[in-house]
Design a protein around this ligand. Sequence first.
Ligand SMILES: Nc1ncnc2c1ncn2[C@@H]1O[C@H](COP(=O)(O)OP(=O)(O)O)[C@@H](O)[C@H]1O
Ligand SMILES: [Mg+2]
Length: 473
Amino acid sequence: MPTPSVPDTLDSSIAVRQHAMRALFDQFDSLYEGAIAVDCQGRISWIDDKYMSMLGLRDPQQVLGRDIEQVIPNSLLREVIRTAQPILLDIMEFGQQSFVVTRLPLCDAGGAVVGAVGFVLYERLAHLKPLVAKFASLQQELDAARRGLAEHRRAKYTLEQFVGDAPATAEIKRQATRAAQRDVSVLLLGETGTGKEILANAIHAMSARAGAPFIGVNMAAVPESLLEAEFFGVAPGAYTGADKKAREGKFKLADGGTLFLDEIGDMPLPVQGKLLRVLQEQEIELLGSNKVVKIDVRVIAATSVDLPALVAQGRFRSDLYYRLNVLPIQLPPLRARLADLPALCDALLQEIFERNGMRRRAVTPAACTLLARYPWPGNVRELRNVLERACILSDRVRLDVDDFAAMLPADVGRAAPAVRPYAEALADFDRAIVQDALAAADGNVPAAAKLLGLSRAAMYKRVAALARRAPPA
Ligand SMILES: Nc1ncnc2c1ncn2[C@@H]1O[C@H](COP(=O)(O)OP(=O)(O)O)[C@@H](O)[C@H]1O
Ligand SMILES: [Mg+2]
């Protein structure tokens, strides 16, 4: 480059600028990874080969004239046109990658914006690496925080989170809402994974105690020897080796709020007696002291076993059973509310997406039909596990039949519905839904009729027909 020999300082400064510009442009070509230009309407008017190959495109005609966002969804070139301001340094997400980009408005001789040009600087600029790394780590932190938030929300279920609007589900929600308005013990009955814990949370959240704690204890998870201390707390120095400090029991922690006793059927008999006393007296005695403390706790108990049977076997105190069974709510198994399956899949996949940060998946109608053929002994919990596994094992965004077939028993995957006389199939279907409704309503015919939206008379007719057709015992 010739050294400019100019007499005065003004000319000299112009020359230096020109010099600098030329040097910059010579350099620039080797600094960027791709360039693209749009017209004043934000339509692609030019793209260079490097950008083409980065986008995996071969023919420029594929993109010329198209809106920039159709090709580069996160482009801000339209913003540059609107504001006539450059965005000199930015990080743009493209698919899984982060590009460092520069965006400049293009102006005509009169200064009017006629378009914009964008450069991808990408990773050639070694000194930008710390910036990109910082961005990546912030992004990770953000993802983790989002997942944490999803987790946190999960702990505070409301009735909206009890997904489903099948008749049996709607009935459960109605009963829960009514239970919330009364400050009495509630007993949640239902197979494992039917949502008893969600419902307990929801009842608390809808009750006058919503502002106070919701404390859960799972009888099956706490060793018998620790259960009493867990419930009633420990006085300071109660026994050798015990903490010098007092330890609050769950009853005290739940004071003013709700205590959720999960798997109540697993409660040892001696503890049952103490629990009954607490419920009657509304006061507790700290282990290792004779100090009595007043407490105000509402109990919601849950069980997946047949409590009356335990009572009959002498393994559960009948007086405690009656005390807890003031307001029983029977949760139907998933197979009795298959109409909820699509909504449940959708909600569970959303939750899996929020927690794991994997891609948001969906389930095809055919896969949903397959899932509906499985009896789901583990109910919604099992459904959640199956969906989570499918998300891990499959790359498909729309999970399909063969993503599930291998996980379910072979006969579920294979069984093509047999073709039978219409009347026979219809009668079987009729019988199945009547039986399911009866099971969900604990054998109560009027309640079962309500679940199905049938009149009592129609229901009794069906039950009678059922009895006639039932095979001899
Ligand atoms: N109606 C529902 N809507 C959404 N998720 C549900 C529902 N029922 C159960 N689940 C999910 O299934 C799992 C088991 O529910 P949980 O309340 O612990 O069942 P249970 O206490 O009856 O064993 C949880 O992950 C819960 O989020
Ligand atoms: Mg449970």
